[in-house]
Design a protein around this ligand. Structure first.
Ligand code: ADP
Length: 482
């Protein structure tokens, strides 16, 4: 059994869970410990005990640990990428790419350890000096999803440690392997006992314990909207209230205007909608296409989709791997049927595929004649299913793009500077993409959205410090008496 890491020790658990390869369900990646509520409490207590010393550790010590973590991940990217693709189902190049991203994030935050700045201001009162500094928050609970098994833990762990916090990480049940490999690297880099704890297990047990603990000061969560809402309620009703950061779903639009470069637009749409099996919160699931280019665009998409290779994630030449598991596959198929029942036309894919080994293979689906009010255009499907929505002109396309409960990433393909500039300013989303896929972001700049997509301050880049530090304002009287 692959163990949890609690209070500086690798500990087995009473229960274990098999980690299944979605490209070949006969392949068991390993048996991973499922932590109990008591073990979670133990991890939280260890993180709490370790906090005073770690929060006062030198920035050099933190830098060196984060750099060592980044460097080892980078050196082992092929092996870790293979493990990631095997347990999650994204293709091997995508898996290696994600691992490389995790390494870059640790390296970036190693540098950020050295750049925590404060401010010194003049007071409005005589002989008073004001300083604003940033301090660590405390024990931070990190709850992560299955779709980015190493990058999302990395972009929460690296800033949490960089700014002097201690951690309890609960990765998603479906992908404990990459989190476990990352934990081994963090331990090897010399992180003191209790500073970093790994508790693999169920949301309802491990997650709930983290939410109800008075020793946890903050929760950073990435996952679904319903779970995010539950977590928000718990954080606000718990004693004391917890600082909170939520990254949730998307229903990201990609607008294609008449004047778009068709080849580039199709490339952006196929990449955003279907790569990583469409299982990205930044995926384009609404392709909003203006009248003059609509039919050409749909035809070019069908042509391009015919050429996609859907197969085992580890096989050379695979463009798109399997869906992550049976329940996600059922959800994808259900939404395709819902779309058809609502009047949409399935013009490509949407069928189960048989491959050498038993796995969750689905041909990416394209639904046309979709209205923005249909469920397939409003609800997040989280699979390789894209909808095409017809728009009269730019104005209507923008209105449709913004008419959604979500607001993570919003894209436009156009050769017009006027429309590109207007869209950048008026898209109601945290990230806007011009002539580039809605998915795929840099690691040194903020990531996050608006409306139902996100809550709390941004992740990644320097903006991450907003969540992982607590601001202190200090006043000093420098005169002889008040
Ligand atoms: P997904 O559809 O990505 O699995 P979830 O929101 O269900 O989205 O899961 C994201 C993460 O939240 C996972 O690590 C999961 O175990 C965890 N989780 C699920 N339910 C809860 C809960 N009630 N409390 C805390 N964490 C939870």
């Amino acid at each position: 059994m692959t163990k949890n890491y609690i209070a500086g020790e690798w500990l087995a658990a009473a229960e274990a869970c098999p980690n299944i390869n979605p490209s070949n369900t006969n392949d068991v990646v390993g048996e991973y410990a499922l932590a109990s509520a008591t073990e979670t409490e133990h991890a939280i207590a260890a993180a709490s005990d370790a906090f005073p010393a770690w929060s006062h550790s030198t920035i050099q010590a933190r830098h060196d640990i984060l750099k060592a973590v980044g460097d080892e991940i980078q050196a082992r990217k092929d092996e870790l990428g293979r493990l990631l693709s095997r347990e999650e189902g994204k293709t091997l190049p995508e898996g290696i790419g994600e691992v490389t991203r995790a390494a870059q994030i640790f390296q970036f935050f190693a540098g950020e350890c050295l750049r925590v700045a404060g401010e010194k201001l003049s007071s409005v009162r005589p002989s008073v000096d004001v300083e604003i500094t940033r301090e660590p928050v405390g024990v931070i609970g990190l709850i992560t999803p299955w779709n980015f098994p190493i990058a999302i833990p990395a972009w929460k762990i690296a800033p949490a440690l960089a700014y002097g916090n201690t951690i309890v990480l609960k990765p998603a049940e479906l992908v404990p392997g990459s989190a476990h490999a990352l934990a081994e690297i963090i331990v090897r880099a010399g992180v003191p006992a209790g500073v970093f704890n790994l508790v693999m297990g169920r949301g309802a047990i491990v997650g709930e314990k983290m939410l109800s603990s008075s020793k946890v000061s903050a929760i950073s969560f990435t996952g679904s909207v319903p779970t995010g809402r539950k977590i928000a309620q718990s954080c606000i009703t718990s004693e004391p209230m917890k600082k909170l950061q939520l990254e949730m779903g998307g229903k990201n639009p990609m607008v294609v205007l008449d004047d778009a470069d068709l080849k580039l637009a199709v490339g952006c749409a196929v990449n955003s909608a279907f790569f990583s099996t469409g299982q990205r919160c930044t995926a384009s699931s609404r392709l909003i296409v203006t009248e003059g280019i609509h039919d050409q665009f749909v035809a070019a998409m069908q042509e391009r989709m015919r050429g996609l290779v859907i197969d085992d994630a580890l096989k050379a030449g695979t463009d798109i791997g399997p869906v992550v598991d049976q329940s996600q596959l059922d959800q994808d198929l259900t939404y395709i049927s819902i779309g058809q029942a609502e009047g949409a036309k399935l013009v490509a894919g949407g069928k189960l595929l048989k491959r050498e080994a038993p796995g969750f293979y689905l041909a990416p689906a394209l639904l046309t004649e979709v209205s923005n009010q249909m469920r397939v255009a409003r609800e997040e499907i989280f699979g390789p299913v894209a909808t095409v929505i017809r728009a009269k002109d730019y104005d209507e396309a923008l209105e449709l793009a913004n008419d959604t409960p979500f607001g993570l990433s919003s894209g436009i393909c156009t050769t017009s500077l006027k429309y590109a500039s207007h869209f950048k300013r008026n898209a109601e989303a945290g990230m806007v993409m011009v002539n580039i896929p809605t998915a795929g972001v840099d690691y040194h700049v903020p990531f996050g959205g608006r409306k139902a997509s996100s809550y709390g301050s941004r992740e990644q880049g320097r903006y991450a410090q907003e969540f992982y530090t607590s601001v202190k304002t200090a006043y000093t009287f420098e005169g002889n008496g008040p």
